[in-house]
Ligand binder design. Structure first.
Ligand code: CTP
Ligand code: MG
Length: 341
């Protein structure tokens, strides 16, 4: 295709880039924070294995794909149990039981949500202070975590972009699926699809390639090419800096994305629409205002939690971010305003 044009911007992009890369370094966990996280994970794993010796215990989410911001004391853990029905009722029962066991084992602030779409028990691990979320047989999350990690291994600009976008979203309070905005996971998918769509692309579409990782979970085919060493250097043809990619990211969401008809997807390079997905009418609480297709669970719209006010808020914030970058007199001013709380 034709090369993507950078949006019109007055700032010296190389100066902005230097500052952004410095910020990325500050956001990334230090060696010490990584070591503490590993310790916490080992302790939680030990505890769960003692309670459920027959279960597999897996780490997923940002602690596992290294798209985490340092000092966030969160662990997403999946308990894998054989012979448990793949229904939310069956999972919910285990979660309630697990909640009681964790309380008896001295965990703090144990809070079970057995009736959620994906039942979860949350608690604080007292020795390490880590906040832990446990789900049961959440196999899709384990495989989508691997997909994200593999994308991050192909081009380092993905991780930089993700850390900056997550940090921005937290500062601007746009990162809470429970109150009508978007989860971190949704933002990571937006970043991947953005880098796939640059011209030349920064990232390939791993699900359009010959699969080297094959799995079926329920009715979903979870195959993709995970040969990241063969794909290292894929993005070399695109010389855009992280600053340029971040500016384009905000410009795209502010002014180019078709919110009325479009669906964000990372599994194909051709455009996807709400009409193709049947995501055109509201069903119960699912509104489909801002549609982001899960890479494997294709019926799952990650934007289904976004309500009208949330969607307005997000679009306002994308436009604000782009305006800040466009009008700022200097890159330090741009960063300060972009990330103002
Ligand atoms: N996940 C999912 N479906 C969702 C939300 C989350 O499958 N609707 C899974 C994904 O595997 C994701 C993990 O849960 O990687 C954690 O989600 P989230 O906390 O949103 O993402 P993190 O990258 O862990 O973000 P943070 O660093 O803010 O904790
Ligand atoms: Mg997380």
């Amino acid at each position: 295709g034709t090369p993507s044009l950078p949006p019109p911007i007055r700032l010296d992009l190389s100066d902005l880039d230097a500052r952004l890369m410095q910020l990325v370094q500050q956001l990334a966990p230090s060696a010490e924070q990584r070591a503490r996280q590993q310790q916490a994970w080992a302790a939680v794993q030990g505890l769960l294995q003692a309670l459920w010796p027959q279960a597999g215990v897996h780490l997923f989410g940002s602690a596992a794909n290294e798209l985490d911001i340092g000092g966030s004391n969160d662990l997403d853990v999946c308990l894998e149990l054989e012979g448990v029905e793949e229904t939310k009722e069956a999972r919910g029962e285990i979660i309630s039981q697990l909640g009681e066991q964790l309380e008896q084992a001295g965990m703090l602030n144990v809070f079970a949500i057995p009736r959620a779409r994906m039942p979860v028990v949350k608690f604080e691990h007292p020795e390490t202070g880590y906040q832990v979320d446990i789900t049961v047989n959440n196999r899709l999350a384990v495989v989508n975590t691997k997909l994200l990690r593999d994308y991050a291994a192909i081009d380092p600009r993905l991780r930089s972009l993700v850390l900056l976008v997550k940090h921005w979203a937290k500062r601007r309070r746009c990162n809470d699926a429970y109150v009508g905005t978007l989860s971190s996971y949704a933002y990571v998918l937006m970043c991947i699809s953005h880098l796939q769509a640059r011209s030349p692309p920064v990232l390939p579409v791993l699900q359009e390639m010959e699969p080297t990782h094959r799995r079926t979970i329920g009715n979903w085919c979870c195959g993709f090419c995970d040969d990241t060493s063969a794909l290292a250097g894929f993005g070399r043809g695109n010389g855009e800096s992280v600053a340029a990619l971040l500016a384009c990211f905000f410009y795209y969401w502010a002014h180019q994305h078709d919110f009325r008809r479009g669906v964000v997807t990372v599994r194909q390079s051709s455009a996807m629409t709400k009409a193709m997905k049947g995501w055109t009418t509201r069903v119960g609480l699912e509104r489909h205002l801002f549609c982001i297709e899960d890479p494997f669970e294709l019926s799952h719209d990650l934007g289904r939690t976004v309500h009208a006010e949330g969607c307005d808020k997000l679009r306002h914030e994308f436009r604000r971010a782009w305006d800040v970058l466009r009008h700022a007199g200097s890159s330090s001013q741009a960063l300060q305003e972009l990330l103002a709380e």
